[in-house]
Design a protein around this ligand. Sequence first.
Ligand code: ATP
Ligand code: MG
Length: 391
Amino acid sequence: MSRTILVRYDEIGTKGKNRAWFEDLLVRNIVRGLGPDCAARKFRGRIELTVGGDMTEMAAILALIPGISSFSPAQKLPIDASWEDIERAALPLADRAIAEGRTVFRTTVTRSNKKYPSTSIELQKRLAASVLKARDGRFTVSMTRPDFTLEMEIDGDAIYLFSQRIAGTLGLPVGCAGEMLTLLSGGIDSPVAAYLMMRRGARSHYISFHSPPYTTEESMRKLHDLAATLRRFQGEGSRLYIVPFIDLQLLVRARAIESYRTILFRRLMFRLAEHIALRDGYKALVTGESLSQVASQTIENITAIGDAVRTLPVLRPLIAYEKQETIAVARRIGTFDISIRPCPDSCTAFLPRNPATRGKLDLVHAQEEKLLPDIDPLIEAALAGTVMTDV
Ligand code: ATP
Ligand code: MG
């Protein structure tokens, strides 16, 4: 059976001349995010979805698709529906409220179709009277403090009845801010960083650095699963770049002072990521870095690492997040359980015993001098060996 969902959006309503473009982007993301059982149509500043499949699952995805302010599963009736039809559609909504213990109600009616024979006020009263009569004694009416609102909207060619407004995640439709490259480690933070950037309109692609045999097939599966989970919220799929990193790490380990290893590894990651981003047209790099969280994320080390990027902005949406806040988002978007699967990432290989917490730029540059000239062919080889898959 197909059902109807009314989708509302806020922020894109303010985008003036580009409004239609934003709306079309949102419609496309929703249709692709919900899959083949979903059809959409724009009307009067809203989107009407006709969906098959499991409503709970669809609602969970819709609540996380950027650009949606709220949505309502609705009963849709033809504009010439009889009052009995309207009652028949309204009563199950009332019964569900009773089952949930919500019994103080009100009705609201909006009527954009001015040809419809009754006014909003008349309809509001009539709908309330119908429910009260049919479910005698089980409801009281309060216009000011209801715990259940039965809503009716009368449009050009249809009548909608609904009783829920489920909050969306707000933000902007994915794609309106272009495409970005997220450094994806397999930890908890970077998938959340990608999602937060999606909420501001950026479509995410991913790059990850691998050090076989220290990193395994299982690490790859994890990255695919993370990207596939995030895909539902941005509609379109992503590219995932896997960069072989071990030879660069071996050179750093052989030549540079141990306490600077992590900084030097991260600088190489940034350098390679920027190269690929510039080559393939991504507008920024995104990381899951958070100030002071670990040794590599002191302000000094964020500076020392960020210095390796020449042109593109590095966006760090989690910079001021508490770990618990990040975990809460990770649970909500479904990446947490994937991220905590135990499996090594490339920075756990060759971890220094005492990592520098205040990396000094001149010392960093001096270490990199020591990698010359051998580093250049290894960078070329890493780029040549990078494998790109569509997820
Ligand atoms: P995460 O939970 O995302 O792994 P973290 O708290 O473990 O983050 P770090 O390990 O210091 O922090 O990594 C900081 C950021 O650097 C990550 O969020 C990610 O964006 C990037 N990063 C680290 N390791 C890798 C890797 N092997 N491949 C790609 N990006 C990485
Ligand atoms: Mg990590």
